[in-house]
Structures are given as structure tokens and as C-alpha cells.
Write a protein of this length. Sequence first.
Length: 546
Amino acid sequence: MSLRPHLERLAAPLVLVFAVVCVFGRSTSFDFVVWDDLRSVASNPFLDPPTLRSLGHFWSHSSENYYVPVTYSIWWGVALVSRQVFGGLEPGLFHAANVLLHALTVLLVFRWLCLLLENRSAAFAGALLFALHPLHVESVCWITELRGLSSAALGFGALVLVLRGRRWSALLLFALALLAKSSAVAFAALVLVQEIGWQRRSLREALALYLPWIVLALCAVGITRWTQIEVEARWTTPLLERPLVACDALGFYLRKVVWPASLCAEYGRNPQLVATSLALWPTALALALALGSAFAFPERRRALCALAFFAAALLPVLGLVPFGYQEKSTVADRYAYVALCGAALAAALCVLRFGRPALAAVLVLSLAGGALSFAQSAHWRDTRALFERVLEINPNSITAHTNLGVFALQSRDLEGACEHFTRALELDPKERAVLSNLGAVECELGRFEAGIAHLREALERNPRSTFVRQNLVDALSSAGQLEAAEASARELAELAPTSPAALLPLARVLRLRGERTQAAELLQRILALSPGWKPALAELEALGVH
């Protein structure tokens, strides 16, 4: 039996994986970044060390106000391997997980395009464009965004299974995608576009077949809202302005797909800025060109489907419904990850319609995109590089100044940290996290009165913030106000009685107050929740217990 047909079938997938590794493989040498990587992974007591109890915790509790147990289960597995091989949490291994998940998603997009178009050359061209596009750099190089990568892989797997007639298996994958990241609700819209627009089912038939998808999506939205800590919105987009914000976001993504220049981690394009901006002609032009191109394409229906896939994937994050990160920016590169399947389909349709010239053009554009992605990925090598890049594009980024301040604080550059936090507070005097961080730095510099005042103000604005209260407990302890520190630490423990990080400050204060028995009992409780957690073991050692 000849092996040639099998090798020919494997050639395209192998080339796609090779391309992904060549462009994004360098990220395995990158570090954790301050922006969520530390609290989600590197400093997470339920991952260092990973135990069966901590794995169960991820499925029975929300983490960082999100219920995404599939994502945390993947991190748990990576952490288990990392502890066995490296003795700790190695960032390169977590980056490698992102690269592998992206490669898997690329293969699923390739399979999806093959089933839609029944042409492997066109599908390969579209998948290569998807694989290497610079908009994917944030998703692949940011450890925390494994949430989006895992949900995308499961979601595209579900779309493939639908095309193969395995609807119940597809429903299971969709449910898992929702448990990886709630924005996977977009796949409910994508499956309807696929069935109504591409497969030409009637609306009634499609809704009847995929009603379970819609129900699961609504449940995911409800769970997400329930697990979020409710905070007072400082800016709520008026209902009549939301379509304008959504059109602006859609136009932004269309422009970045065609011309992926000046990419960064935070654009500061919030609804308030969009609503007061007069420079909306680029958005209008991008939308008009996209619609005009679709209508002018010889196979208009299929071209419109490609545009519909693009728009449907972005529905949860266009601003029609407010979401948390929108306060900083409605747009982010990671939000376009799934949406680029529409661009991939459009490219594949061009190859299918215009043949080899179009194939050559798409391959050249894909490789050029890969070169840009390779260069762009360097900005994610560490916290300083990442946010210095943000300040180049968005000089007024509160996120950049805040994270550079945290990075400076970790590097013991206290004055540098104070400068960044002060600048962030100038940009937004109401920013709670900045108030907390500035207060912590001032206490480190010995300015206890000003520091504690900032921390108390931050706590008044968000009484349920465990992060702010942890900083306040540390500040009061350092200032010698141990009675006040204990009171605040007990309130923190009541807020999160199953969180080792929330219980540890109380154990430390009890030790400082000489209440050794209570401190030891609390530390044993903490270690029961997270056996082998290093900060708790260090506190036991400081207590003189071995």
C-alpha cells in the first residue's frame, strides 16, 4: 500500500504546525508578566503546588471572579509537570502550552475550511493566514490568555463536529468551551451563521436544532454575571450610543486585519472616547469597503457569510452589552482571535475563485504577517518591554503605568514605582488599584500616614477587594498598628475563608502579636487548603515550627 497519499494529506497540517512553531516558539523563553500572569498562575496558591484538592477547588469555586474550570485544569496539569521537571512553575512550559493550543486551533480551522469548501489548497491558504496573523500575538504570547485559546480550540472542534453530523458531541465541546472562557458564547452565533448562511437551513430549523447551544450560552452569561464582584460603573454607555461604539470596534478590527500596524496590549479606546470623537471616518470607510467587497465578490452569499462569521465572533465584545474591560478599552487584539476565522474564510474563497494568483498572494501576505508576528512577539518577553510598547502607542495608558509600577516595586525601585503610580493616579484619580498600589509603595518608603490613607480610600471605593485589604494589613503591620492590622486581617479572612492568600495575612499578624498557637493553627488550616504552599511554609518557619 502506497504511503504517498497519506504523506500528501499530512503535508499541509505539518507545514501549518511548523509555521506556528517558527513564529511563536520563541515565546517559550519569555517570562511571566505582571499583567494577570502572577495572580492567575505564578502566585496562585492552588497551582503551586497543584493537588487533587486544588483541582477540585477550580471546579467548585470561581477563581479571580471567573468560573473557568477547564482553563484552570489545563494550568493545573502544566503546573504538575513543571513541578516534577523544574521543581517550580516554569514560565516557558506555560508559554509552550499556549503555542500548542494555538497550533491545535489552526489545525481545526484548517479542517473546518476543508469541510466548508472541499478544497484543501484554499483551506490551507486560509488556515496559514489565520495561523500567522499579527493580531494573534497577544493571545499566543500572554500566558493568561490560555483561556481564549482553549475555548477557541474547543469551539472550532464543535463547529467541525457539526459539519460532520455529530451534533451531540459538538454540544459537549461547546459546553467545555464555555467553561474555558465565557466569551465562547460567540460560537452559538457562529453555528447559526454556519447553518443558516452557509448550509442554507431555514431560521426555524436552525433554531430548533441548536436551541441547546442558545440555552447553554444564556446559562454561561448568567454564571459570569453571578461570579463577578459587583462594582459601581463609572461610565455606562447610553443605550443609543452603543451601536456607534460597536461599529467603531468592528471598523477597528477590520482595519487591523488588513493593516496590522501599531499593535499593543491596551489601546485606551473606551466608549467615552469613541462617543466624543469626531474622527469616525476611518471606521465608516472600513465598514463600507468590507460590505462593498462582499457584495462585489462573484459568490456574494459566501462572501457575506465570511463577513458574518467575523462579526458574529465579535458580538460579545463589541460593546452592545457592557463588559468589565470596556472601562479601559472596548477593543483588544485577543478579542479578534476567533473572528479571524472570517478573514481566513474570505482568503480561502479568493483562492477558490481566482486560482493560483490568489493562492500566491495569500501565501505571501501570510508569510509577511508571520514576520510581523515574530517581531511583535518580542514586546511580550517581559513586563517592562510589554508596557513600554503600550506607552509608545497609548501614552495615557493607566494599565501601562500601573503594571510598570508593580514591576518597579518588585525590582525594589521604589521611587520609580511611585512615579508610575502617581502618573496613573493623575490620569484617573478614581482608579482603585492605583490608589492601593501607591499606598503600598508609600508605606515601603516609610510614609505610613499617606500610604495608609490611600489604602483606606481605595477600600472605601471597593470594600470587597481582597487585594486592597491585603495591602492595608501589610501597611498597618509595618507601621506597628497591630491591633488595627488584626481587625482588617480578620475582615479579609471572612471575605474569602477558603483562599490561602486571604488567610495568610491574619496568620502573619497573629505571629507578630505573639499569638503563636492561633497563628500555627491557622497556618495548618492554610496548608490543608494548599499543601506545600511556600509562603505558608515560610511563615511556619518564621514562627519556629518545622
